[in-house]
Design a binder for this molecule. Sequence first.
Ligand SMILES: Cc1cc2nc3c(=O)[nH]c(=O)nc-3n(C[C@H](O)[C@H](O)[C@H](O)COP(=O)(O)OP(=O)(O)OC[C@H]3O[C@@H](n4cnc5c(N)ncnc54)[C@H](O)[C@@H]3O)c2cc1C
Ligand code: FES
Length: 264
Amino acid sequence: MKHDRQTLPIAAIREENPSLRTYIFNAYLDALPGQFVMLTIFGQGEKPFSILDANNSSFSFTIKDIGPFTKRLAQMQLGDLISIRGPYGKPFSRETGRILLVGGGYATPPLRYQARVLREMGVDYLVNINGARSETDLLYIEDFKDYCDRSLVATDDGSLGHKGTSVDVMSAVLSEESFDRIYISGPERMAKAAVDVAKNSGIPFEVNLERYMKCGVGICGSCVMDPSGLILCMEGPVVDDTTLEKLTEFGVSHRDKTGRITAL
Ligand SMILES: Cc1cc2nc3c(=O)[nH]c(=O)nc-3n(C[C@H](O)[C@H](O)[C@H](O)COP(=O)(O)OP(=O)(O)OC[C@H]3O[C@@H](n4cnc5c(N)ncnc54)[C@H](O)[C@@H]3O)c2cc1C
Ligand code: FES
């Protein structure tokens, strides 16, 4: 897999909701679901983002404007130049039996990409559970319906689907159906709850993690996870159940941008 730098004009922008946009670039990125890139805005720095999709001629990211970098990105126009290096990191495995995807909030882009790839690979049975605060925050509902045999949603305020979390729905689904593998991506508290349910089910699982990332290539140490010293940008961001078992900081603490360990 090549790790090239490409400097490209923004080819298209899709508004997903008032604070979330998808940026599309017309070029080839040799990527797999779960991988990420380091994205540079000249004069503003560089930050990590998951790949929403990539094919022979285009790739995309869905990005929430939350702070200085992403707010600057939100002001950019079609044709403005962005520099991208990557892809980096370990992707999800690509199992094609009975598969359950469990996502929450704005961490669903890798699961949407995974759903598309598994469907194209001829997955036997694919179920997706997508959770968010409210209907406006739910992403890619139509895409998940297209790719999955069953697509379920949960919202905290009950504006669409089950009133509650995607993990509530996950527990209910697992009481009725069996799966060969579970793929999880969500904010860490939600991911921790989903991991607990997955462990109880005895089904192998993989989870997409996030830590502060500065270099993306194993040099700076900002993404290292305790106590095993796993370098998440290279040995993750997707980790399997056996690896996760050794990461006692999961769901408990993380390093901030100075490297200090703080509670989640
Ligand atoms: C592997 C990975 C994939 C990601 N994928 C996406 C995605 O698909 N869409 C998306 O909107 N966001 C994604 N993020 C988070 C994204 O990197 C941050 O939202 C962004 O860096 C915020 O920068 P800012 O200057 O706008 O805000 P800031 O005010 O600097 O930060 C806001 C919050 O973003 C997080 N953050 C900031 N800088 C970093 C960093 N260098 N590494 C990790 N987290 C950071 C911190 O939690 C911080 O509290 C991903 C992060 C990682 C590590
Ligand atoms: S981000 Fe620098 S080592 Fe992982």
